[in-house]
Design a protein. Structure first.
Lengths: 117, 108
């Protein structure tokens, strides 16, 4: 079974440019999350989709970030225009529904490393 | 606000036992998870505690005290391959919040 896949794995762009990150979750997982980690900091929650609907986008830093999930399948995260502080690793993750006792195991992709110069 | 506190770094020798603590303050609590991340890789699930007590999975054990808002990950018989970052995470019922991670260095 394929895991969570992300593209691109690495991206270096100039300040002011646009970058779009793509995530393909594990097949059958309705829950899709975007997280970001800046060096040495926490894995910070950005937003959560349930199928194609945004369940929680409270972690999105500002309106330069736009996430979509087409048809409840893959998701994209667009940063436009990118700023220096947007640099970090963007993780996509997916999960099945929460199960009492088993929790909400999240399966992560390997991340998209974004460097804004 | 919501926060999870864990040490930034721990160093131990091969074969030893190490405990990584996590205290949390969140609006809502369903359970505490631990994830391992090797450099450049994806965080991977290790354990989940919904109830108080100790859960053992091989060399790794995880403990939770809900009344103290505290948990820990215990790694026994440390191996070099255990060198990684370890994150505690709380599922609040709405989302999963992660700590900043503990970098574990295992020395020979």
């Amino acid at each position: 079974e394929a895991g969570v896949t992300q593209f691109p794995s690495h991206s270096v762009i100039e300040k002011g440019q646009t970058v779009t990150l793509r995530c393909d979750p594990i097949s059958g997982h309705d829950n899709l999350y975007w997280y970001r980690r800046v060096m040495g900091k926490e894995i910070k929650f950005l937003l959560h989709f349930v199928k194609e609907s945004k369940q929680d986008e409270s972690g999105m830093p500002n309106n330069r970030f736009l996430a979509e999930r087409t048809g409840g399948t893959y998701s994209t995260l667009k940063v436009q225009p990118a700023e220096l502080e947007d640099s970090g690793v963007y993780f996509c993750a997916s999960s099945q529904e929460f199960r009492q006792g088993a929790g909400n195991t999240i399966y992560f992709g390997e991340g998209s490393w974004l460097t804004v110069v | 606000g919501q926060s999870l506190e864990q040490p930034s770094e721990v160093t131990a020798v091969e074969g030893a036992i190490v405990q990584i603590n996590c205290t949390y303050q969140t609006s809502g609590f369903y359970g505490l998870s631990w994830y391992q991340q090797h450099d450049g890789g994806a965080p991977t699930f290790l354990s989940y505690n919904a109830l108080d007590g100790l859960e053992e999975t091989g060399r790794f054990s995880s403990f939770l005290s809900r009344s103290d808002s505290y948990g820990y990950l215990l790694l026994q018989e440390l191996q070099m391959k255990d060198s990684a970052s370890y994150f505690c995470a709380v599922y609040t019922g709405f989302k999963t919040i992660f700590g900043a991670g503990t970098r574990l260095f295992v020395k020979a």
